[in-house]
Design a protein around this ligand. Sequence first.
Ligand SMILES: Nc1nc2c(c(=O)[nH]1)N[C@H]1C(S)=C(S)[C@@H](COP(=O)(O)O)O[C@H]1N2
Ligand SMILES: [Mo]
Length: 201
Amino acid sequence: MVTRGFVGRRPRAEVAHRTPPGQHETTDFPVLSIGPTPMVDVSTWSLAVKVEGDVAGRFDWEQFTALETSSARYDIHCVTRWSKFDTHWSGVRIDTILQAVGLKDVPPHLSAISADGYSSNLLTKDLRGSCAMVATHFGGEALDRHHGGPARLLVPKLYFWKSAKWLRVLDFRASETKGFWETRGYHVYGDPWKEERFDGE
Ligand SMILES: Nc1nc2c(c(=O)[nH]1)N[C@H]1C(S)=C(S)[C@@H](COP(=O)(O)O)O[C@H]1N2
Ligand SMILES: [Mo]
């Protein structure tokens, strides 16, 4: 039998210990976007790495896809209460990007800024020395444009709203600049295991 969508409130035994509080499994891959899917063309695509708004390095698609890639399986958790297990992603780790830019003194905060006007804020320490990546592939195929293709941030340990789709800029900053949802009442950090859904939780 094939079950689509939410498969019930009680977690499958196999993933029970990997299900954060208040989450349930989906086998679909819902699309959650603040607006229409932007047209992002790899011929004009670029990823800028900035420090306090000043460009420290920039990759075009050819340069970016020449960087070392890594791939792994992750569980992803959306604040709207779905979790999806063992999703397979590949892309370029944040460490690899910083190394390629030659950035050593990296400020503690990060704004991930997207082509659709979206942004999210993160802590640099959660992205360095971790599996956080700019993902270009999902399930072995080029990332679907509705899921943020050609390239999105992926920070699996935080709620999925942190993983900015259609990523254009990584802006490292000395102080926190709240992103799209963080300025609209979402938690500034967003740890699914602590149920940090909304501000004050
Ligand atoms: N650029 C951009 N990134 C975004 C969003 C968005 O609207 N625009 N939505 C966020 C939210 S709330 C979630 S849950 C995930 C959804 O990713 P998906 O559509 O691939 O499931 O992307 C996040 N990243
Ligand atoms: Mo979300």
